[in-house]
Every structure is written in structure tokens, then in C-alpha cells.
Design a protein around this ligand. Structure first.
Ligand code: BGC
Length: 773
């Protein structure tokens, strides 16, 4: 953490752990193990001074609850003071005995309990990529706030989120977990999420500590293949990939999870430059670092350590405080210290960070502050009353992007017969998206259910599955690999011909056809890299058959990454990108399809035309032979077999109304250092219904000492306008917004001209120019 949150949280006036056991907790009573002190540093120094080497090493262990360690052994280890924290146990009843065991240990150091609460806990919010599509930081913060509150109410102290890896290669399955391709947008979302999870302090009983991940550059794995290598220039790191992590830490995140990948030849987990020079020295980070799952062990497979002893030494030297789901610290650190190969000071340093994080979580004040008293445990952890359905529905409505709407096919009338078809139309697991924490599929509203409720008493919903998600058994096998007993992807036994025949029959009987297609959630997950980005063949065949009925055809996409939907763009009447919309997804989609709410999302990531076109991120560096629209493409930078440019650009998204944008007006043509100028535009709702749009400010440095991007997002405003209403938006511009990392990695704004580009997406922009003096 950058500031001393614990002290700000007023821990000084509260009883310190070790006194009378909290009445609520049922904790072990006993002598005060640690002298209470209002000062975090004194408190921790004192505590570290009393610890044995084994106890210190125990604090560095972060254990996954599950097969990794049998319950009885776990209790024994905790009581012996050999566990710092656990993850994956998610109820107060489960965590209470573990914390009680910790309070029976010699020094009574509390444990912390963590979980991957990424986009919801009991209530599942839309995936992060969807939340970013809202371009509304209030939505992002609220989703994290509620997720944090729900997690804390289940006895959790920390979340391994937000995930703020910039992703510019949609082949990467974890694209769904992050906030897209743009440094400014992802940084904004990082700040909003951390604020949401931690609230005013991670010490609050209704907050959890945020662990920003995956540090660093995980989204840039070569070829989008998970866990692959990252090789990147320092300029690109500093300019594009590092800012979101830093933004999350500046917002007060107490923890950092270290990435699995290597960076320029050194795994992040053994990377002194990354963890010591950059994170600690340059950025001043004062919180705790944890390795990713098994990453210390993986130093052997990376080939930078020849045995476990070396792996543990490299990691502790690099600055990995806690080892996650890995036994190397436990097994190797005692002898490494005793032999003098690792100075005990290094262990103490790591232990201090772990204890500091627990202090900041408020756990020394009361280890049971989130677990509470057994008498108050929820009778049913999945009780409806514990969900935040209204907030999830609102977030989902704001997160969807209308990609096409020919002949105003949408919104639909609440009348007549609507055919709801597709392998994802009634898929309660998939609509939650990956990393859906403690979400329960049977509580999520599917599209079919949402449509039925919306049309009840007014019209009729017809249903056919139409196709399996894919007919490729190899893919189904992959997706079900980890859960054969309870497979997520359950294939309809009928032949594809039979299913399509039924779907066509249903479609012919309907007034309009709504097809839910895309990816199962497992297809957009960790380790789910794809080598093609189209809809699987079974679904394409279904769409083509339905197109041939001549009925109006609406495609509802459910997916966690950009897809190459060229045929669909040209052949279906409307496309709504819903990502994975969460617990209330089906309601929210119906709200948009029937026009109870006007779509307002914009893409936080570019949609390519083809796999071969990747990367297609909008803020590319300028080049010497750019393609120029309207001119012959020869000897310019493009792919000659297809049109230039993306299928859908960054920042794009339609509404049921239309908007116009005025020319850009600048308050001045010259900008002095330390001064400000204002770029203003007037946006008007030129259609017949109220709606929201996002006015986006991009800047381009015309000439600089190094090559600069064609444009970069610098600010945006989401505005709601009544029909016919206009609003003037003012964007202040100052020197700081013009800064970039030069060849010496100095953050500078160089004098000269800057193009201002303002648009309702990143491509169609109005421009003006000013000079920085
Ligand atoms: C993932 C992390 C996650 C961790 C714990 C790893 O496989 O890379 O993002 O936090 O597991 O569940």
C-alpha cells in the first residue's frame, strides 16, 4: 500500500488481538501473545522479534483448501503456526475452525482467507470485459463493492483481483477476466475496482483487500497462448502495460499477485528487477506479494532453477513474499537460512509484509472480524436474500454492446411469437462466465427465462436448442477435462440435422428469431487459448439455416473475447454483444431486446476481421507506410486479401437512438506548461428516444523524439440525453496528459503539435490541433 491504511483506519483505539477473545468469535482465550501497539511498525517489529524461523516460514505459506492438504493435517499445521493464509474456502463456518486453530498457535497470529472474487461472489456480475464495456466507472466500482461486501460476509479477507492485464490478443482465454486493450481504460477500471473491493479501508469488516494481478505483462503472452513467454521493450511496458497495475496500487491495493510468465528472459517469480527495482523502489509499494499458483516450483520448468532449493532461493531473493500452493518455501527455506545461503533478513522482510497485510486487514484487531459468531451464520449461504439482483441487472444492462441493428429490428415488440434458439439460450452456468466465485448456476437467469418473463401474458416464447456448442468432440473433451463427473458441457444426443430441423420449424412459426450463440464459459478461461475466433461450425450452420427462413434474425452473443463474426455482421439483422452477463443476465438481455433499457455499452477491445489480422489494438504506433483509405494499398502496411481495419473498432457501440457530434472547439491554440486548455464538443440526441452515449477524447503527438501512437484515449464522458437534447462536453487538457516515456524512460511532454480527436468511437472522430509550448 502506498499510504498507511491501517493507521488511517483507526486501529489504535480498538482492542488488539490477544486480549479478551472477541465475544462473537468463540476464539481461544489465553495470554496476550503480542503487546498491543498503536503503531504498525513497532507492533510488527515486536512480533517478528518473537518468532522462530519455522513460524516465520509458516507465515509465507498460502495454501489452497482442497486436495492439496487433508483437513486434519491442515488444522495441525495451522496450530503449529505453519500457515499464513488459505484460499478457496468460502464460508464463515468453514473458515472459523481454521482461524480458531490459528488463535491456538503459540503467537496466535491470525490467518487470512482469500478467494478469486473477480466479478462477483454470491451474486455474479458481468465479467470484467463487460464491466469495462459500460464505460461507467460507477458501475465497475459498485460491482466490486458488492462483491467485496458479499465476500467479507462469508468470512473472506482478501480477493485475488482486480485482474488488470492489458490484453491485445483475443486468442488469450483470460481476455475475459481483464478490462480490455487500452492502458487508460484498464487503469481507470483498476482504480475503480480497488476502491470498490476495499471501500474506505481493507480493515473494514465489510471490505476485502485487493491483490492486483498478474504482475506483470501476463496479457502479452506470445501468440495469446496461455503461460507463454513475454518479450517486450521497456518503452512499451512503461507506456502501455504497466500503468494499470500502478493505478491499482496507487488506489491503495494491499497486495500484488506475481505473473506466471517470464519477461525478457526472466520469470516474473524470480525477477528482481520487476519486484524489487520497479515495484518496491520505483513505485514505493509497501504491501504484500504472492506468487501465482505453484509458480515457484515452475522456476524449474522455466529452466532458471535446477532444483527446489534454487527455486526457493531465487524467489525469496527476488521479493516473492508468499508462496501459493507450493511447498518449496516450506521445504527449502529452513536449510537455506541455516546454511547462510539466504540471510534471515530476507525472510524477516517477507514476514513483515505478510503481517503488515494482516494488520491492514484489521485481523490483529479481531481475527474474526469477517467470520463473526456462529450464531449469526446464514442458515443458507445461497439464500436469495443474500443476492444483489437489482444491482447485477443494472450492471448487466449497462455492459452490453449493440453491434448491429438493421432496419431497426430492435427493440422487439412485447407481442406475438419470439423464437429463442441456440446452445447458450438456456445455459445457466455459461452466463456466469469464468471465475464466477461462489455463484450458483441455478440462481442465474438464462436468456430463455428472461424472455419468458418479459413476454408473460403478452406474447409467446418458442424454444429450440438448435445446435450443440460445437460438434468437435476433442473440444468438448478439453472443456470437460477437469470435471468429468459433473461435466459443464453436456451434448444433446440428437444429430445436428435433427436439431436444426426442429429449430427451423420453430423459427418458421415465429415472428422473430433470437439466437444465443458464442462460447461456453470454459472456452474463455485460464488455459483456454483459441487458434480460431469464429463461432464454432455447429453454430454457424444453425445461423445459416435460420437465415434461410427469412425471419428477422437477432444474434445474442455470449463470449469472453472478440470474435471474427464477419458473416454474422453481414447476414443477421441485429447483434447484441452480451459477454457473460452474470446472475441477472437473462433479465438484463430481455430488458435491452425489448427496449425497456437502451443499449449504451462501447467496446473496450477491438474486434478483428480475421485471426491473421491480430494484433488490431487501435492505439498502434505510427509507421512509415500506412494504409490510406481511398488510395491503392500496394506498398502499404495491410493484408491484401481482406479489407483494411477492424471489424468493429475500439469504443464502438450503437444505441436505439442516434447522436451527432459537433466540430471540436479549443479554448486556445497554444498550451503553456502548467496551464490547461479545454476541448469542447456538443453532442446531440438526434433520435426519438432517450439514450446514453460515450464521448471519447483521443490525442496524438504529431512529432516526438520517439514514434508515438496514432491516437491514445485520454478521457471520456458517458452522457444521458433526452430526444433532441444537446450537451456540451468539456475536456480539460494539460501537460500531464501529453507525457510519454522517451528513449531514456523519462516521462516527458515534448513541445510541438498535438491532434485532438473526439468521437463516439475511436475511428470516426472530429479533430483540432494545438501546440504545447
Ligand atoms: C490463476 C490466478 C488465481 C490463482 C488462484 C491461478 O491459476 O492464474 O489468477 O488467482 O490460480 O486461484
Amino acid at each position: 500500500m502506498f499510504s498507511s491504511l491501517a493507521i488511517a483506519a483507526g486501529l489504535a483505539c480498538a482492542p488488539m488481538f490477544g486480549g479478551a477473545a472477541p465475544a462473537t468469535a468463540g476464539a481461544a482465550t489465553g495470554p496476550v501473545a503480542v503487546a498491543p501497539s498503536p503503531d504498525k511498525r513497532t507492533f510488527i517489529d515486536d512480533l517478528v522479534g518473537r518468532m522462530t524461523l519455522d513460524e516465520k516460514i509458516g507465515q509465507l505459506r498460502l495454501i489452497s483448501i482442497g486436495p492439496e492438504m487433508p483437513a486434519a493435517k491442515l488444522m495441525e499445521e495451522i496450530t503449529a503456526g505453519r500457515v499464513g493464509g488459505t484460499f478457496n474456502s468460502v464460508t464463515r463456518a468453514d473458515n472459523r475452525p481454521l482461524q480458531q486453530a490459528a488463535t491456538r498457535s503459540r503467537l496466535k497470529i491470525p490467518m487470512f482467507f482469500a478467494y478469486d472474487v473477480v466479478h462477483g461472489h454470491r451474486t455474479v456480475f458481468p465479467i470484467s470485459l463487460a464491466l469495462a464495456s459500460s464505460w461507467d466507472m460507477g458501475v465497475v466500482e459498485k460491482a466490486a463493492r458488492i462483491s467485496g461486501q458479499e465476500a467479507a460476509a462469508d468470512g473472506l479477507d482478501a480477493t485475488f483481483a482486480p485482474m488488470v492485464d492489458i490484453s491485445r490478443d483475443p486468442r488469450w482465454g483470460r481476455t475475459s477476466e481483464g478490462f480490455g486493450e487500452d492502458p487508460f481504460m484498464v487503469s481507470q477500471c483498476a482504480r475503480a475496482s480497488v476502491k470498490g473491493f476495499q471501500g474506505t479501508s481493507p480493515a473494514n469488516a465489510d471490505s476485502v483487500m485487493a491483490f492486483v494481478k498478474h504482475f506483470a505483462l501476463y496479457g502479452a503472452v506470445e501468440g495469446g497462448r496461455d503461460y507463454n513467454t513475454v518479450d517486450m521493450s521497456p518503452q512499451r511496458m512503461y507506456q502501455d502495460y504497466l500503468p494499470p497495475y500502478r493505478a491499482g496500487l496507487e488506489a491503495g491495493a494491499g497486495g500484488v499477485m506475481i505473473a506466471l510468465n517470464s519477461i525478457n528472459g526472466q520469470p516474473a517469480t524470480s525477477n528482481k528487477w520487476l519486484l524489487r527495482d520497479l515495484l518496491r523502489k520505483e513505485w514505493g509499494f509497501k504491501g504484500v506479494t504472492v506468487s501465482d499458483h505453484g509458480a515457484i516450483d515452475e522456476l524449474l520448468r522455466h529452466g532458471v532453477a535446477s532444483n527446489g532449493r534454487e527455486a526457493a532461493r531465487l524467489a525469496i531473493e527476488a521479493g516473492v513474499d508468499m508462496s501459493m500452493a507450493d511447498t518449496r518455501y516450506l521445504e527449502q527455506l529452513p536449510t537455506l537460512v541455516k546454511s547462510g545461503a539466504v540471510p534471515v533478513a530476507l525472510i524477516d522482510e517477507a514476514v513483515r509484509e505478510v503481517l503488515g497485510a494482516k494488520y491492514d486487514m484489521g485481523l490483529f484487531q479481531d481475527p474474526f472480524r469477517r467470520i463473526g459468531a456462529a450464531a449469526q451464520d446464514p442458515a443458507d449461504v445461497n439464500a436469495e436474500s443474500r443476492l444483489h439482483r437489482a444491482e447485477a441487472r443494472e450492471a448487466a444492462r449497462k455492459s452490453m454492446v449493440l453491434l448491429e441493428n438493421r432496419n431497426q429490428t430492435l427493440p422487439l415488440k412485447k407481442a406475438g411469437k419470439v423464437a429463442v434458439i441456440g446452445p447458450l439460450a438456456d445455459a445457466p452456468i455459461d452466463i456466469m462466465g469464468s471465475w464466477s466465485a461462489a455463484g450458483v448456476a441455478k440462481q442465474s437467469v438464462t436468456l430463455l427465462q428472461g424472455m419468458r418473463e418479459a413476454l408473460a401474458g403478452k406474447g409467446e416464447v418458442l424454444y429450440a436448442r438448435g445446435a450443440n456448442i460445437t460438434d468437435d468432440n476433442r473440444v468438448v473433451g478439453y472443456l470437460n477435462f477437469l470435471n468429468w463427473d459433473n461435466p459443464e458441457v453436456v451434448q444433446d444426443k440428437r444429430s445436428s440435422g435433427e436439431m436444426i430441423e426442429e429449430a427451423v420449424r420453430v423459427a418458421r412459426d415465429a415472428d422473430v428469431v433470437v439466437v444465443a450463440a458464442g462460447e461456453t464459459r470454459g472456452m474463455s478461461h485460464e488455459a483456454s487459448s483459441r487458434s480460431s475466433l469464429g463461432l464454432p461450425g455447429s453454430q454457424q450452420t444453425l445461423l445459416k439455416a435460420l437465415r434461410s427462413t427469412g425471419k428477422p434474425l437477432v444474434l445474442v452473443l455470449m463470449n469472453g473475447r472478440p470474435l471474427t463474426i464477419n458473416w454474422e455482421k453481414d447476414n443477421v439483422d441485429a447483434i447484441l454483444e452480451t459477454w457473460y452477463a452474470g446472475t441477472e443476465g437473462g433479465h438484463a438481455i430481455a430488458d435491452l431486446l425489448f427496449g425497456d433499457e437502451n443499449p449504451s455499452g462501447k467496446l473496450p477491445i477491438t474486434f478483428p476481421r480475421s485471426l491473421g489480422q491480430i494484433p488490431t489494438y487501435y492505439n498502434a504506433l505510427r509507421i512509415g507506410r500506412p494504409f490510406t483509405p481511398g488510395k491503392a494499398p500496394n506498398y502499404t502496411s495491410q493484408y491484401f486479401e481482406e479489407d483494411y481495419g477492424p471489424l468493429y473498432p475500439f469504443g464502438y457501440g450503437l444505441s436505439y437512438t442516434t447522436f451527432s457530434l459537433s466540430e471540436v472547439r479549443l479554448s486556445d491554440r497554444k498550451l503553456a506548461r502548467q496551464a490547461k486548455l479545454t476541448a469542447s464538443v456538443t453532442v446531440k440526441n438526434t433520435g426519438a428516444r432517450a439514450g446514453e452515449t460515450v464521448v471519447q477524447l483521443y490525442l496524438q503527438d504529431v512529432t516526438a523524439s520517439v514514434v508515438r501512437p496514432v491516437k491514445e484515449l485520454k478521457d471520456f464522458r458517458k452522457v444521458m440525453l433526452a430526444p433532441g437534447e444537446s450537451r456540451t462536453i468539456e475536456f480539460p487538457i494539460d501537460e500531464n496528459m501529453l507525457k510519454f516515456y522517451n528513449a531514456k524512460l523519462e516521462h516527458v511532454a515534448e513541445p510541438g503539435d498535438f491532434n485532438v480527436q473526439v468521437g463516439l468511437d475511436s475511428e470516426s472522430v472530429k479533430t483540432a490541433i494545438f501546440t504545447l509550448e
